[in-house]
Design a protein around this ligand. Structure first.
Ligand code: GCO
Length: 451
């Protein structure tokens, strides 16, 4: 079986992880700029000041992409590059950068998939409450309008927010990510509600103002659950675990996606969250549940689940299971069951907006970067995704995270996720073996996969 003939093979990136900070190019700073300046929060003491210097080297990066035959590029826009204070005055040069970037991609036959927000909240807005301030939904809508008015004649594919679970949960509950807050669950969920409102308002703006017909989705974490066996009991248990939670956590898929696709928070989560759940004002859910064209999901691994006496139970991973540098377990079936369950429940075509792995790659004596584990990992995962499509899941695309090595948040530059190696001392790019392999996967529409 095969992927559809118009299946989008792509690579993904995010502004703060590759561009270099806007604050050195006339723009504003973001919560990540400020967070990285706190001692001890980034494991190698680094920051995104320069990163891959993509702001200055985007043409070279797009040339490499084109030379690898890659036709789809998921990128994000740095809000403070365009609006240094998050609202008000536009930084013309910052906006012009994205104009050039989109044109340069299109000129090389690369279709840009634009994410409006991949975590770089303008610091000035944080000082006004950030995601805790309900007004942020309007600030985000105004920012979106500026972007869509400028790029909406050329961009087809849009994503609003990347991983609300992370920028709300890791950013505001555990403090591992910027802005590094540790708030009560009630405040966390309130901020999450505002993020959902921002999403909905942004969708309204794109629909109203894009002159090129738009396809719109978002890119939440897809917390995948894998049934321990194919028995109906285990499959039901995994499905239930995918769409409910028994603890006060932000990692519930349905908490974020039910409002977006159904216009309501899930009853079972509401019971667990109790008084911590946000007050939903009249009209909120109508805004949040704007029709979307695809379900984007970032999936890296999955938790195995079995039917237990008192509901779904986590099954421990086998001893010695393969693990990536993050110690995330290698669980390719996540890319079968995740898409399958999401498609079943929400009925929207699936785009894997991120999948990949971090390793510690280096340039070998022969000048090349050999990363057989990445090739094996990706083959297993993409093959599992293909099996999901064989079993009826409608799939529009797959985006490998990431095009190049980059700033991996609190791990800094130690963890390399790229198909292209970056030497941060010299900014020299070297496509890894996996880049050439992925080129063949895309060119053959998956036919060379072995998994
Ligand atoms: C995320 C982000 C990416 C990460 C990638 C690897 O999932 O955290 O969307 O920015 O770099 O997932 O951790």
């Amino acid at each position: 079986m095969a992927f559809s003939s118009d299946f989008a093979w792509g690579v993904a990136s995010a502004s703060y992880q590759i561009e270099g900070s806007p604050m050195f190019a006339g723009g504003g700073s973001s919560v990540w700029d400020m967070f990285c300046r706190r001692p001890g929060v980034i494991n190698d003491g680094s920051n995104g000041d320069v990163a891959c210097d993509h702001y200055n080297r985007y043409e070279e990066d797009l040339d490499i992409m084109a030379s690898l035959g890659l036709k789809n590029y998921r990128l994000s826009i740095a809000w403070p590059r365009v609006l240094p204070a998050g609202k008000g005055e536009i930084h013309a040069e910052g906006l012009a950068f994205y104009d050039r970037l989109i044109d340069a991609a299109l000129a090389r036959g690369i279709d840009p998939w634009v994410t409006l927000y991949h975590w770089d909240t303008p610091y000035d807005l944080y000082l006004q409450g950030g995601w805790l301030n309900r007004d942020i939904a309007d600030w985000f809508a105004d920012y979106t309008q500026i972007i869509v008015d400028r790029l909406g004649d050329r961009v087809t594919n849009w994503m609003t927010l990347n991983e609300p679970q992370c920028f709300i949960g890791l950013g505001m509950q555990t403090g591992l990510h910027a802005p590094g807050d540790r708030l009560a669950f009630r405040e966390v969920l309130l901020a999450g509600h505002h993020a959902l409102l921002a999403h909905g308002k942004a969708v309204q703006v794109i629909r109203a103002r894009a002159t090129k017909p738009a396809r719109i989705g978002w890119a939440p974490v897809g917390a995948a659950k894998i049934p321990a066996t194919h028995s109906p009991e285990d499959v039901d248990a995994a499905r239930l675990a995918t769409f409910s939670t028994t603890t006060k956590t932000v990692w519930s898929n349905s908490w974020w996606n039910d409002p977006v696709f159904f216009g309501s928070y899930p009853e079972s989560d509401l019971e667990v969250f109790g008084d911590d759940a946000p007050v939903v004002r009249a009209g909120d859910m109508e805004i949040i549940s704007q029709p979307l064209d695809f379900f984007g999901a970032n999936i890296y691994n999955g938790q195995t689940i079995r039917a237990g006496d008192n509901g779904p139970e986590d099954v421990p991973n086998p001893l010695g299971i393969g693990r990536t540098i993050y110690t995330w377990p290698v669980t390719p079936e996540a890319l079968y069951w995740g898409p399958k369950f999401f498609y079943e429940r929400y009925g929207k075509p699936i785009v894997i907006t991120e999948n990949g792995l971090g390793l510690s790659d280096w340039v070998a004596l022969d000048g090349k970067v050999h990363d057989p584990q990445r090739i094996d990992f990706l083959d297993r995962y993409i093959s599992a995704f293909r099996r999901a499509t064989d079993d009826g899941v409608e799939a529009l695309g797959y985006f490998q995270w990431s095009f190049s090595d980059n700033f991996e948040w609190y791990e800094g530059y130690r963890f390399r996720f790229g198909l292209v190696h970056v030497d941060y001392e010299t900014q020299v790019r070297t496509p890894k073996d996996s880049a050439y392999w992925y080129q063949e996967v895309a060119a053959s529409n998956g036919a060379i996969l072995k998994g």
